[in-house]
Unconditional design. Structure first.
Length: 316
């Protein structure tokens, strides 16, 4: 039904290391951060660099090997858009000099955004509106972080991934599972800057332990529901690529879900948690490292802010 034809990503040049954080917060040290969240360094956008700019750079890399004239729809997932309006996807269409007879829209999701993007792409392909979709997942959460917030500055990094989702009838028609629980909305939130609290500076606030509890209570069922819906067993999946939230959370989930080490992809050491870009970046790393081979079935699962979650299976 759908095929991932190409993935590229772009990370901003500025790097914030654990040593930099430990220098600012002497009560922490670099090793403690690595041990807890599995991140040694993360990339931070310049003051002038936005999610659109990062996405544009990723597209430039993509178009070295992919013919951009094939693109017939842009889906742009971000929670740090350049403007309230217009949508970032419209500006990207123009900046990339793509034809005017294509569709383009933004959608606002965080860590579940890539999986939701796949479901939207599949829907657009199913109704015959598109065949080659540019799915952009790009965020600059660091712009929302308070400089004194050492925990979130350790976890989050900026980045953009661009994925071509194309119609391919040789691939299996795997089904997706999604979920929503807005009761958890204020456990990961940027309260200010929107219409409700317009005058204050936007600052990100996360209750890490609440997000952790949400994930461990919901993600094992998400995995099992996705397997069941596709009439597969855990053994049938060749690799699990979950949202790269923090190694603390992912290792806990891996054990809870009984996923063997060799089938569980975790590589966020030099990248951090890049929100909706984390799964496609991880897929690209896994492909480049030879951990995804032709014919592999890969389960992707995203979960977080909202609360929002989703999972599906990709055939490579
Ligand atoms: C954020 C998170 C790492 C905090 O861990 P926790 O054990 O739940 O948090 P606590 O506040 O009880 O802190 C426990 C210890 O971890 C340390 N810690 C907390 N955040 C840390 C971080 N980002 N890096 C390093 N150490 C951290 C605390 O300092 C504390 O250390 P101490 O015992 O020496 O005082 C954890 O809750 C988590 O991974 N949550 C999921 C958050 C996430 O991935 N969000 C992304 C959006 S999906």
């Amino acid at each position: 039904m759908i095929n991932i034809a190409a993935i590229e990503y772009y990370l901003p040049k500025n790097i914030l290391t654990n040593e930099d954080i430990a220098n600012e917060f002497p009560e922490w040290n670099a090793e403690k951060i690595t041990a807890k969240i599995g991140v040694e360094s993360r990339h931070v956008a310049d003051a002038s660099q936005t999610a659109l700019d990062l996405a544009y750079e990723a597209c430039e890399k993509l178009f070295r090997t992919y013919d951009k004239s094939k693109i017939d729809f842009i889906l742009f997932c971000t929670q740090s858009p350049d403007y309230f309006l217009p949508t970032t996807a419209c500006i990207l269409q123009d900046r990339l000099d793509l034809p005017k007879n294509i569709g383009a829209l933004d959608f606002n999701l965080g860590c579940s955004g890539f999986v939701y993007g796949l479901t939207l792409a599949k829907g657009l392909i199913s109704i015959g509106l598109a065949k080659n979709i540019l799915l952009v997942t790009s965020d600059t959460y660091t712009k929302f972080l308070d400089k004194n917030d050492k925990s979130n500055r350790s976890i989050f990094g900026d980045g953009a991934a661009v994925t071509i989702v194309e119609k391919d009838d040789s691939k299996a028609d795997f089904q997706y599972v999604v979920g929503t629980d807005g009761a958890g909305y204020n456990n990961l939130i940027v309260e200010n800057g929107g219409a409700r609290n317009a005058s204050e500076k936007p600052v990100l606030y996360m209750k890490g332990p609440k997000i952790f509890t949400f994930a461990i209570e919901n993600i094992p069922a998400l995995m099992n529901d996705t397997l069941e819906k596709n009439k597969l067993r855990l053994e049938d999946i060749d690799l699990f690529v979950f949202h790269q939230a923090s190694s603390y959370m992912l290792n806990y989930l891996k054990n809870l879900c009984n996923i063997p080490d060799e089938k569980f992809f975790l590589d966020m050491k030099d990248i951090g948690n890049t929100v909706s870009a984390s799964i496609p970046i991880a897929l690209k790393l896994a492909l480049d490292q030879g951990k995804i081979k032709e014919g592999f079935k890969v389960m992707v699962a995203g979960f977080g802010v909202g609360y929002s979650w989703g999972a599906g299976i990709l055939e490579f």
